[in-house]
Each structure stands twice: as C-alpha cells, then as structure tokens.
Design a binder for this molecule. Sequence first.
Ligand code: BTN
Length: 345
Amino acid sequence: MASRKPDEASAATVDQLGGRLRPLLALLADGEVHSGESLGEVLGVSRAAVWKQLQKLESLGLQVASEKGRGYRLCGGLDLLDEPAIRGQLARETLPLLGPLRVFDRVDSTNARMLVALETGAGHCEVLLAEQQTAGRGRRGRTWLSPFGAGISISIGWRFSGGVQLLEGLSLAVGVALARALARFDVPDVRLKWPNDVWCRGRKLAGVLLELSGDLTDRCAVVIGIGLNMRLPAAAADTIGQPWIDLAEVRPGISRNALVAAMLDELLPMLASYPESGFAVWREAWQALDQFAGVEVCLQSAQQRWCGIERGVDASGALLLEIDGTCRAFHGGELSLRPAGSSAL
Ligand code: BTN
C-alpha cells in the first residue's frame, strides 16, 4: 500500500476521444467489414473524412485493416466499456452502494485521478475506469500496461474514519472479492499471491494497488486500483517483464462490462462492511486460495531477504513464514514474495 502526496497526482491528462472518433469506434467494434460509404453516411461525413478518422484509430494502437473494394475492419473488434451497461448488470443490493461511475477514454492513471477527486472532497463510492491509461501505476514504482480497449483498469474511492489500521489486510480481501467475481464466469485455477496479486495457472492475471490520502490517524480515504489482463494486444504484451496470463486465454468471450459489474458486486459490499469486519472474516477464504501455501518461498524488501515455508496469513493479513521451525509474521508494504529459486515475479 503506497501513500502519495496529492500534488504528485495533479498533472492531469484526461482525454475523451473527440467528436466522431467514439461513434466510429462503436461502429467498428463488431470487427466486421464496413464500407467507407456506409461509415460516412452514419457519421454524416465524407469518405475522405472517414479515412482521416481511421488514421487516428491507429494512433491509439488499434489495427484497422483495409479490405480492397469492401471497406474497413477493426482487427479483433473491440468490447468497449459502457457506464449504462455496467450499471444495468449490477445486483440490486449493489446499486445503493455505488456513487458516480465514469469511463475515461484515455487518462494518465485512474488511481491518480481518484486521489485528486478525494482531495477535493469527492470520490467516496466513486468508480473510475479507463479504456487506456498512459501512466498506469503498479506496485513498487512499476508501471502498469493499459493499452486502449484491453484489460480492466479500475479505481474505487472509499472514505472512512478511524485511521488506517482499520484497513489492515484490505488488499487481501480485495483479492478474495476478485476471485469470487471471476468464479461467477467459471474462470478455473484462480489463486492469490500475497499480498496483492491474483494468479491463474501459475501466472499473474491481475494486480491491486491501494493508495491512501488524508489523515492516516483519523479521517482518511483509500483508492483501490485494480488492473486485470484481458485481450492484451501481442505487441504490448511482449513488454511485460514477468510471467502473466490473459483472461481471454483461459475463458474467452467474457464481456468487460459484465466482469466490471461482477467485480463491483463483490467489492462494494465488502468495502462497506470492512471497517467493522476487518480481515479476520476473510482470512479463511484467502487461505483457501493461497497459491504458495506450504511452499518454500523468499520475501524480498529493498534491503533484505527472508526464505522459509509459507504458512498462510494471520488475522491481520500478515504473511506467516516458517523460518528454521519458527513462524514469523511479515506485514505488506513493499515486500515481494517469490518461490525459492525463482528470480523475476
Ligand atoms: C500491481 O503492480 O500489481 C498493481 C497494478 C495496479 C494497476 C491498476 S490499473 C487501475 C489503477 N490505476 C493505476 O494507475 N493503477 C491501478
């Protein structure tokens, strides 16, 4: 969990796609061939103007194929995020827990935007999503890759009073909620890796970044940022420096909007009750999904490394490591866990 100063987050880059680009994307999203003429007719512009707009799509990293004599096709199609579609799929009990939900076309980082919102007094129960992040933030200063129209990049803002200790173990409970959302789509082999990762088939499927703002001893707020790999284009995927997996490879055809709705159905009730329940009620569920239970692992901080057998977590979410027959508890922060003998995770 990282705490950032608000001014770090204020160099805004928020960008909604201009005039005709969004409608053009919506038309091409089906991945079928559309003639320049029909696109021009629907958009009310000339074929030359359509062609100009198509060039702009390529600058988003999207691939447009031109089929001789037939028209244009968006390679692979697109499954665009849509606020009404998400709201329309939420459970009835979730709706009262949800504030404004906004989908950015392009933004630096949804977490950065949410921190700014929280600083200005807004943000509680709010949800920000992005089709593309240009400076997505990962744990331990890493960047998070979010190409246009791929993956899920979501931030949820939550205010609470009583100090940050009330949120001990929250990132682990978020992991359990995400695993439950994925289970609604029968995604197999989902596991959790302490403290913040969702794994599938031994590789990273999603990551969680919690960021705090406000008075950490009293009234404060948390941003729950989640990034999930889904339909990443091969070129972008090549740049990820760790073993990862794409949801579409495991369970193709899941709608991004349906998945976001399922995530919110699991996450919002959990957040609403967390200050009272704490991690203790999530512990058993987390341990049942623990990727490395009983496995020899190493924990790495910036300066130090500890190796031992992973023995689950305690009631506060601290990792229990058996070192030379004695169990030691390690608290989250900037620690990273990897199986003994492995280098990059
Ligand atoms: C990790 O390093 O595993 C955590 C990745 C968290 C990425 C998400 S994407 C949505 C939100 N906005 C950000 O800038 N980061 C988080």
